[in-house]
Design a protein around this ligand. Structure first.
Ligand code: ADP
Ligand code: MG
Length: 255
């Protein structure tokens, strides 16, 4: 059973309703999202889970204002994205959303600290020094703050990207397969920091993953299959997530 996404939960940091996204046309037409409705509660860590190609990244990109959609609505807080022009959308992404991607997307010529503070600098702001200290302390980079990305391991680079996403105190952080390029130990660290950002800093995090272990760090998992929201789970464990994923495989095999 799919719970009504608008039944009382913490206030929604972001929500989509009736979201449909189609790529291509004619023979190449793909319905990547089919009437998806989901709300992401404030101060919650939600994982979007599902097999490869089921529409996870498309959902994240639409919900984060990175991609257009064909019908439905998307809001961040109380702001309806469809009502914004391009400049307003750019500002909203910059001011209210943090992003973490599978490829760390750090600038190679800047130090870790410069990478963390660059988005604020571009926005013409100086990060609150106490907050910056807290975020930097949480991701535990210590003296590596003046290293360049090339001098850091993948796990350390992704910790820089996590700090960069958190430092502006965004309303919501979206992470697309943030551990996809990491070994399991480095991945566990990054997932731990994401969870700590929710527990200790009150951050709202939405993470796309196809990994049941990663989904086990979340407070809630929503399952996508073939562009549709098909299930959800509170207080997930990797085993329970895996059990749900197995039922999708069966459905796919039997058509
Ligand atoms: P996931 O992140 O779950 O692996 P995606 O959201 O990337 O899935 O893709 C969902 C579906 O949309 C897939 O069938 C994929 O091939 C298709 N798709 C994604 N991006 C594009 C694109 N830019 N052009 C055409 N089809 C796309
Ligand atoms: Mg994807």
């Amino acid at each position: 059973m799919i719970a009504d996404p608008f039944v009382p939960r913490p206030r929604a940091a972001a929500a989509v309703e009736g979201l449909t996204k189609v790529y291509g046309r004619g023979d190449t037409r793909v319905v990547a999202l089919d009437q998806v409705g989901v709300a992401f509660g404030e101060g919650e860590f939600t994982a979007i889970m599902g097999p490869s190609g089921c529409g996870k990244s498309t959902l994240m990109h639409c919900a984060a204002g990175l991609d257009s959609f064909d019908s439905g609505s998307v809001r961040i807080g109380t702001t309806e994205l469809a009502a914004l022009d391009d400049r307003q959308l750019t500002e909203l992404r910059r001011d209210r959303i943090g992003f973490i991607f599978q490829a760390f997307n750090l600038l190679p010529t800047l130090t870790a600290l410069e990478n963390i503070t660059l988005p604020s600098a571009i926005a013409g702001r100086r990060p609150d020094p106490e907050w910056l200290d807290r975020v930097v302390a949480m991701v535990g980079l210590g003296r590596r703050l003046d290293h360049r990305p090339g001098q850091l391991s993948g796990g350390q680079q992704q910790r820089v990207a996590v700090a960069r996403a958190l430092v502006s105190r965004p309303a919501i952080v979206f992470a697309d397969e943030p551990t996809g390029n990491l070994d399991s130990r480095a991945g566990a660290e990054v997932l731990g920091f994401l969870r700590d950002s929710v527990r200790e800093l009150g951050q709202t995090v939405v993470m796309v993953t196809h990994d049941p272990v990663a989904a086990g760090y979340a407070d809630r998992v929503v399952f996508l299959s073939d562009g549709r929201l098909v299930d959800e789970m509170a207080r997930p464990t990797p085993d329970r997530v895996l059990d749900v994923m197995k039922t999708f495989d069966t459905v796919t095999r039997t058509g």
